[in-house]
Design a binder for this molecule. Structure first.
Ligand code: GLN
Length: 539
């Protein structure tokens, strides 16, 4: 193992536009440093006022990613975990809302008694504390802090100011990577550096000189362009790193290695840049990703299909498991609101496996329930995740147990058969933020179930995010008719996994396996589901 004598802090900021992929660049650099033996963590600071993204609509913010410790976080944390195969926690995602909440709580307790509480130094001190706490408590060699948003935004200002102060305090133990866009103007047939120059000027106005520029581009930057950017932005040419568009986010670590981003960073932080990163397993993964032996068509039924970010972790998990099965998963996103009894066959007939997505509220619920019925009757591999599992339970109750108006009380409070019901401890909850059943819970698997043969383990831990749960009053009836509870929480006796015994692959999980799939460790349920889908085509 390599080790840096002191924690080094790397700040990643963005300029010109949002969506340049700061999260992927941060995760890729972290991967390269980890592959050299360093311990690395990545943190995201989000400049919005929500305490966390848990209360945000997926249309606003994409998926809400959940950590083991039950933090509802930005989806970039999913990338960090998937790239590094290490877990993140509440401390890895901080928002302006959380910063202000903490400062205001301190003010009320009298901790600043007599002082005027101000953005500088109180808010900036709190930001600096949230950054340094990761290095101080866990002794990481590197803490990479990604600042959400774009420099120049009003709401980013306190963060850039905190970085200015930290750079001054930490000196050679810190650096700033600024990610910008070098657009190609097709009419002029030219790449343009001006937006990058302006973006660096904005940083300079706030007193921060970026040390490394990562330039996102759709065409290669030639040497003279790199020289020009270096000249105008006060960096050496070797610190101008090209980040060209690529077909897979998983190629970015290798692109960054070719561009020597890791070496430049190590040199600037006075660490040895000579040792080569060991990326052998990563390369095996990429080789398999790029050379699939077959194709499998899987459908994802949800209500946010126009927005792939809403299902980011599920989509990535399928990429990991497709690669694990040496096949390409061609994913068809199907809008649950557009599924009805008449068209369902047309929409689902070419699929070898179907996932019903997690979600909240009743929009599109009937399409999800119909999908579960179609997969059950046609023996198509079916994977219901959280709300998807609940839909499978409702469908089974209605059509197999013949409980005609069975439903979840989330959708119908007055159902005579609440087969999915609000959890006891949720009944008293009225506050929305951070109050669901969140984070990792234990689950015991029945050794006689199919699920056991998938996990090969009796005790597992998976991450949750829900308020409703299988109603145990109905469990015997379900089991008699062939839907079995194959995973139970040992403390609360909640049903966490159901399976249909007489079906090639029909599993519903109350938890979110997609939060735990990584490149190094694709999730066993996704692996097995993709394998079953491959078998379905072969048949
Ligand atoms: N809405 C459901 C519940 O709260 C399912 C949540 C989910 O799919 N994450 O129980």
């Amino acid at each position: 193992m390599e080790s840096a004598s002191k924690t080094k802090y790397i700040f990643v900021t963005g300029g010109v536009t949002s969506s340049l992929g700061k999260g992927i660049i941060s995760a890729s650099l972290a991967k390269l440093l980890q592959a050299r033996g360093y311990s690395v963590t990545i943190q995201k600071l989000d400049p919005y006022i929500n305490i966390d993204p848990g209360t945000l609509n997926p249309y606003e913010h994409g998926e809400c990613y959940v950590t083991d410790d039950g933090a509802e976080t930005d989806l970039d944390l999913g990338h960090y975990e998937r790239f590094l195969n290490t877990t993140t926690s509440q401390a890895n995602n901080v928002t302006t809302g959380r910063i202000y909440q903490s400062v205001i709580n301190k003010e009320r307790k009298g901790e600043y008694l007599g002082e005027t509480v101000q953005v500088v130094p109180h808010i900036t001190d709190e930001i600096k504390h949230c950054i340094k706490i990761l290095g101080e408590t866990k002794n990481y060699d590197f803490v990479i802090t990604e600042i959400g948003g774009t420099v120049g935004d009003i709401e980013s200002l306190p963060y850039i100011e905190a970085i200015r102060q930290l750079k001054y305090e930490l000196g050679k133990d810190s650096l700033v990577i600024h990610l910008t866009l070098v657009p190609y103007l097709s009419a002029a047939k030219e790449l343009k550096t001006k937006p990058t120059q302006h973006s660096v000027k904005t940083m300079l106005e706030h007193g921060v000189q970026p040390d490394v520029l990562v330039c996102r581009t759709e065409k290669n930057l030639n040497q003279s362009l790199k020289d020009k950017i270096a000249l105008f932005c006060n960096v050496d040419t070797s610190s101008v790193i090209e980040s060209i568009d690529t077909s897979s986010i998983y190629k970015v670590p290798l692109l960054m290695k070719d561009e020597e981003l890791d070496k430049v960073v190590l040199k600037k932080l006075n660490l040895d840049p000579h040792k080569k990163p060991d990326l052998s397993n990563w390369k095996i993964f990429l080789h398999r990703l790029e050379n699939p032996k077959s194709i499998v068509h899987i459908g994802l039924v949800g209500k946010y299909v126009e927005l792939v970010d809403a299902y980011k972790s599920i989509i990535e998990s399928l990429i990991h498991s497709g690669t694990n099965n040496e096949c390409e998963v061609k994913l068809k996103l199907i809008h649950s609101e557009q599924i009805n009894e008449k068209n369902i066959k047309g929409k689902l007939k070419d699929l070898s496996g179907i996932i019903v997505a997690p979600g909240f509220g009743d929009r599109g619920i009937d399409g999800k329930i119909l999908t579960a019925e179609y997969a059950r009757k046609n023996k198509i591999p079916f994977f219901g995740i959280c709300l998807g599992m609940q839909c499978a339970v409702v469908e089974f109750a209605r059509n197999v147990l013949k409980l005609k108006d069975a439903h979840s009380t989330e959708m119908n409070k007055n159902t005579s058969h609440p087969v999915i019901d609000i959890m006891e401890e949720q009944k008293k909850v009225s506050v929305k933020g951070g109050t669901m059943r969140l984070g990792a819970y234990q689950c015991d698997i029945d050794p006689k179930s199919k699920t056991f043969s998938i996990y090969n383990q009796k005790h597992i831990s998976e991450r949750h995010r829900h308020r409703y749960e299988f109603n145990n009053n109905y469990l015997d009836d379900f089991e008699k008719m062939g839907m079995k509870a194959s995973g139970i929480n040992p403390d609360a006796h909640l049903v966490e996994i159901v399976e249909i015994v007489d079906h090639p692959w029909f599993v519903g999980v109350q938890f979110h396996p997609e939060y735990k799939s990584t490149v190094a460790n694709p999730h066993p349920l996704f692996n097995s589901f993709v394998k079953a889908s491959l078998n379905f085509i072969n048949k």
